[in-house]
Design a protein around this ligand. Sequence first.
Ligand SMILES: [Zn+2]
Length: 327
Amino acid sequence: MASSTISRQVQELRQRQLRQWPLVRDNYAALEQAQLRELWLGDSLVVLQHNPERRRSAAARVDAAALAARPCFLCREHQPAEQETVEWGSGRYKIQVNPYPIFPVHLTVSASAHTPQSLADPGRITDMLALAHDLPDCVVFYNGPQCGASAPDHFHFQAGSMAMLPLCAEVADDLAWPDECRLEGNEEGFIAFSQRFGRFLFFIKTATTVQAQLYFARLQLAMMLATGQAGEPMQNLLCWIHGGDCCLAVFPRRKHRPACYGEGEGQLLLSPASTEMGGLWAVASDRDYGLLDAQRIQALYDELCVDAAAAVAIIDNYFKTKQLNNG
Ligand SMILES: [Zn+2]
């Protein structure tokens, strides 16, 4: 379906839900009043958003026992009667309004079937890129099953207003990616790495979906080889369209929640995931919102993202993977 058609359907869905579902109306109205504070990590912007409704997400239990004991909130039969959906991807996904927003437009795009959060099927990345094309004002994000996915047992992307994520504009400038950072590329696009935004990331920017898929597949293999573990590496992904190019930012993680996670003295109720990697931190607690500063945010990125040795291991493995593919 043409992207303008999906965009319009989603806009209408959002308007309907705002009119008919008091929880959505109240939470989006509250978001408009949310306090924001800007911090700088070098020349990279981080925005703190005071958002008490995100407590349920930050405090959610996502261990196997908790998952088994709760009805899956992405399965249609357990959703509130007011929740409406728009079908996407030939019926394989349902787009719905997230009732606990961080963004003025905040969507959950869940698989129509109850199937685990995993990118093992390469079709998922193809879907992510297609979704970004269909929602051109949004950034589409994916949280790995151990890195912030609130329903690791039910596959889902989310999408939110692109203008709210500072990193999208910061990385889109090609000057941010000098040759020495590039893993490979050609006239169509490139894959590169960087630590200059205060957190380590890989960035793919290409004119074609096929090239984005190829680079991403090599990167996933390199990340798996670097951890030495089977299965999906810990990661958060952001995907959007800039000037017609596919942009895909991949943040390899070593930890989901920080050591200071909690609500006690000296603790912070933070469960950083894709949006925090993108530079927007939704902070549920008043006290945490007052305490956080650039130094603390930098320490959190340092603790949660891969360190220099792990980054080098991934880069080395990327070159090996590339050679194997070419040889
Ligand atoms: Zn489900």
